[in-house]
Design a protein around this ligand. Sequence first.
Ligand SMILES: NC(=O)c1ccc[n+]([C@@H]2O[C@H](COP(=O)([O-])OP(=O)(O)OC[C@H]3O[C@@H](n4cnc5c(N)ncnc54)[C@H](O)[C@@H]3O)[C@@H](O)[C@H]2O)c1
Length: 376
Amino acid sequence: MDRKLRVGIIGCGGIANSHAKAYLRQPDVKIVAGADLVEGKTAKFFENLGVEGAKCYNSHTEMLADESLKLDAVSVCTYNCTHAECTIAALEKGIHVLLEKPMCVTTEEAVDMIRAEKKSGKLLSLGFQPRFEPNMQMIKKIVQSGELGEIYYIQTGGGRRCGIPVGTLENPKDTFVREDTAALGAVGDIGCYSLDMVLNALGYPKPLRVTGYKSNFFGTNPDYYAGHDKADMSQKFGVDDFAAAFIRLEGGIILDFRIAWAMHLDTPGDTIIMGKKGSLRIPSTDCWNGAPGGAMTIYHDVGGRPTQTTVPLITYNKPLGEYIWDGKIRSFVDAIKNGGSAPVPSSEILYNQAIIDSICKSAELGMEVEVEIPEI
Ligand SMILES: NC(=O)c1ccc[n+]([C@@H]2O[C@H](COP(=O)([O-])OP(=O)(O)OC[C@H]3O[C@@H](n4cnc5c(N)ncnc54)[C@H](O)[C@@H]3O)[C@@H](O)[C@H]2O)c1
């Protein structure tokens, strides 16, 4: 493909900025259109970014119906509840999709999206930019090298003491906390990253059974929202702000998980990956920002002696954000141009989504559930 790749953005809110800025850094890409349900939002979005000549639409359906755009690809940057419909609609039009995380809300939606992807023959890649950070990649390299031996137990997750995403006082935002827009709280928003960090390292073993728990003690408490319209935000809050789970994976592996948007604690702990030959400690990490929390340590025996080996941090000469976003966007563009496969494949993130969905189902039922994934 010699001409520039023609890209559209669906959902011109917060994260669309990162997509657009990274596309603008690619010389072989042209942003030709954008769509948002909020009247005037797309035009303002392009104006702020200095994007000229891109067409603006009031919904994804309007934009996708305009054949004159000759779109090659779209970034779907809408809130969670419209991920599935926007993605399926684009794939049905024969357009490649880079979709934001979490993949969607339910396992069934994920399955429908993968069916649409297969039928279309186009790419569906998921927006997990931490995968492009070299220290995060080192986690997978260590596990896959066999240095730790057979993995039997993992503890992962993370959290913030006071970090429910409700925007700023000047620009409050409710799309992350409303049931009808986000549907998933911390478990989907940042939980998906913690899960991906370890499951990707292991090669995405299939989840079998899940015991999940969710709570919302902070989000529904008006006192949490210092400065915001407290009653308004606490009443709108319709998702979880904390989740925990005990997950059984194929191969007899146990995954112990906890994630928080808010808690009376600094961190729910480091990520640890325990194997029969060695274990890896990844210091407590805001992995959703793209990097481990510090240098990692391997605990293993050397010459029969318990030994600790520090894995030196890899540095690079760009800001972290730019580095991983360029990785995310460039790999997607290259896959389209070279006929490659999706950089972050839906077949893997299906398991991530199925775990999240199963945590929610188990939490609701108050008991362990089987992870059910329909045939695709
Ligand atoms: N990768 C990351 O680092 C990262 C960071 C933040 C958010 N996200 C994810 O990105 C998604 C969006 O987050 P955000 O912060 O940009 O939210 P946002 O609420 O700021 O923006 C979402 C926009 O999508 C629009 N929209 C919804 N449905 C639409 C449709 N059918 N057609 C056109 N427009 C539609 C909304 O009007 C809104 O303007 C979420 O799923 C979130 O989890 C990813």
